[in-house]
Design a protein around this ligand. Structure first.
Ligand SMILES: Cc1cc2nc3c(=O)[nH]c(=O)nc-3n(C[C@H](O)[C@H](O)[C@H](O)COP(=O)(O)OP(=O)(O)OC[C@H]3O[C@@H](n4cnc5c(N)ncnc54)[C@H](O)[C@@H]3O)c2cc1C
Length: 507
């Protein structure tokens, strides 16, 4: 079986790993590698394309894979989040029901275990976000690519997919999928039995994901929600005076609020940055979806800022009304309420030369900003819209194009920053890989999630997978147990995995 994966971001790479991991399991005697348990096994040459086996080819338009992933590493690489399941799932909003089964199969804890399997230790930051200890993506990507190459995944860079070759028969009825690529060596048609598309969203086109796949799927009747910026900044019509003085300045510790789709007020505390054209930053990204949708519906959206969180309106009113004597209004606001710098500038930008204490206090606690447009899609951290889940079956295969699977940010879901994006990309890549295996009648090999509260790694010793490493799960000291997995000698026998927990019961 020939599987072509197009797109070498986190989703495509995880699809490749899943195929490489599990594709051995149909045969007896072949070793199995589990991404979550990091078992190191001998390579199996049959994976590389001999008859009856899976050949995995990964194509990417760029000279190297994982470019956006590496960029995410510049911000510390927020891999996932440590919050409890309900809160985590709620981040996917109206697409929660679609993402939930993907995360149940490969969620935040699995992702951390998987990263550790690559030698990348993770930690939970004060916000609950999970990062690699090194706060970088490059070491993880390097180790991962090494493992994928070892597992037989074939990488083809500078291969830009341009659609299907339908000169012989329509894609939906074709016995094999004929993929059309342009490469520096000329155009190529490549045949595959299954295709996993992991082409990313439509932002940061210079890193590879440009959304050019949308018409390629639409012309085959695939239902695609329009691509929109998510986790994006917004335009505000600043005065020239304010722009020239405050663009680039951070606005620290404010509470922002806006209305959600149902008209309920939502609040988030954090930081943002004043820009030449408006406002951006993690606080704004957290509210970007409802703000964007309101602008789309009504032409503009109102964002309210509390410039003095922690102080009640009554207190701020009393402080501002306090006699200021000969002091200027700005030094009065600074000394009584801590409003200074960019916060004072914002107040003046919105209120003008207002001196009425009640009006000033009200504005300090709820400063209204009118957002007139989201920043363009290319600037966004992520993309909303994409292939609708209704066009996919439970294995993420396109119902109208059998054999074609989709994964990652190109699917129609969105989530705030906080590690939710990468987690769902990894999980959907894995689901698409498992989908291909299932269509080929290959049942997934060792299921690491059968051992949810234990961790372990295996080492290779003299051709045998032999040793187990025990590690306590830091976040749950009640379950100190180890994990022992024994794999049969690569030469013969079945794969066997055994787990023990503290209670001594074999699982
Ligand atoms: C600045 C920034 C910081 C971020 N930080 C974080 C973070 O800390 N945590 C987090 O969870 N998320 C973060 N994200 C989002 C995260 O990086 C993306 O959600 C994730 O990379 C999407 O993975 P993907 O595999 O779906 O697509 P991508 O990573 O976009 O990969 C898609 C791949 O497909 C290839 N491709 C596209 N079209 C074609 C074609 N026609 N032919 C061949 N190849 C093609 C591209 O070259 C690319 O390599 C960040 C994003 C940005 C922009």
């Amino acid at each position: 079986m020939r599987v072509a994966i197009i797109g070498g971001g986190p989703a495509g790479l995880m699809a490749a790993e899943t195929l490489a991991t599990h594709s051995h399991s149909r045969e007896s005697g072949n070793p199995v590698r589990s991404p979550s348990c990091n078992q190191m096994v001998d390579l199996d040459s049959r994976l590389r394309g001999n008859d009856g086996e899976i050949r995995i080819d990964l194509y990417d338009a760029m000279p190297s894979v994982g470019r956006k992933f590496l960029l995410a590493g510049k911000g510390g690489l927020n891999l996932t989040h440590s919050e409890e399941r309900e809160a985590f799932l709620s981040r996917y909003g109206s697409r929660r029901a679609n993402i939930e089964p993907l995360l149940d199969a490969f969620g935040a804890d699995d992702l951390r275990t998987w990263a550790e399997g690559l030698g990348i230790e993770t930690f939970v930051g004060s916000s609950g976000r999970v990062f690699p200890r090194e706060m970088k993506a490059a070491p993880l990507l390097r180790a991962w690519l090494h493992r994928l190459r070892e597992a037989g995944v074939n990488f083809h860079m500078r291969h830009r997919w341009l659609g299907w070759d339908v000169t012989q028969e329509p894609v939906a009825q074709a016995s094999s999928l004929r993929l059309f690529f342009t490469t520096p060596a000329g155009d190529k048609t490549i045949e595959a039995d299954a295709v996993i598309l992991a082409l990313g969203g439509g932002s940061w086109a210079k890193l590879g994901s440009n959304g050019a796949w949308v018409p390629l799927l639409q012309q085959h009747g695939i239902d695609i929600a329009p691509l929109k910026p998510a986790n994006c900044g917004f335009d505000i019509a600043w005065s020239e005076h304010f722009r020239s003085r405050f663009a680039g300045q951070p606005l620290k510790t404010v509470v922002a609020s806006c209305l959600d789709a149902e008209g309920n007020e939502i609040h988030r505390q954090g930081e943002c940055v004043i820009t030449e054209t408006g406002i951006e930053g993690s606080l704004i990204y957290a509210l970007a979806a409802p703000l964007r949708d309101r602008i789309e519906a009504e032409g503009s959206a109102r964002l309210q800022l509390d410039l003095a969180p922690g102080k009640s309106l009554e207190r701020v009113t009393a402080e501002v009304a306090h006699p200021r004597g000969s002091r200027s209004l700005s030094s009065h606001l600074q000394s009584r309420v801590g409003i200074t710098g960019v916060k004072a500038g914002l107040l003046r930008e919105v209120l003008g030369p207002e001196t009425d204490p009640a009006k000033l206090a009200t504005a300090i606690k709820a400063l209204p900003l009118q957002l007139i447009a989201p920043r363009p899609l290319d600037e966004a951290i992520s993309t909303a819209g994409g292939v609708r889940f209704e066009a996919l079956d439970e294995h993420l295969m396109l119902r109208d194009l059998p054999g074609v699977y989709c994964a990652g940010e190109m699917l129609d879901w969105e989530a705030p920053t906080g590690g939710y994006l990468l987690t769902a990309c990894f999980a959907s890549g894995r689901a698409a890989g498992l989908g291909v295996l299932s269509s080929a009648g290959i049942s997934p090999a060792l299921q690491p999630q059968h051992f949810p509260r234990v961790r372990g790694g295996l080492t290779r010793h003299g051709g045998h997978v032999q040793a187990a490493q025990f590690r306590q799960r830091r976040r749950d000291p009640r379950h100190l147990g180890g994990f022992v997995a024994a794999l049969a000698h690569p030469g013969g026998g079945n794969v066997r995995a055994v787990g023990f927990q503290d209670d001594g019961v074999q699982r």
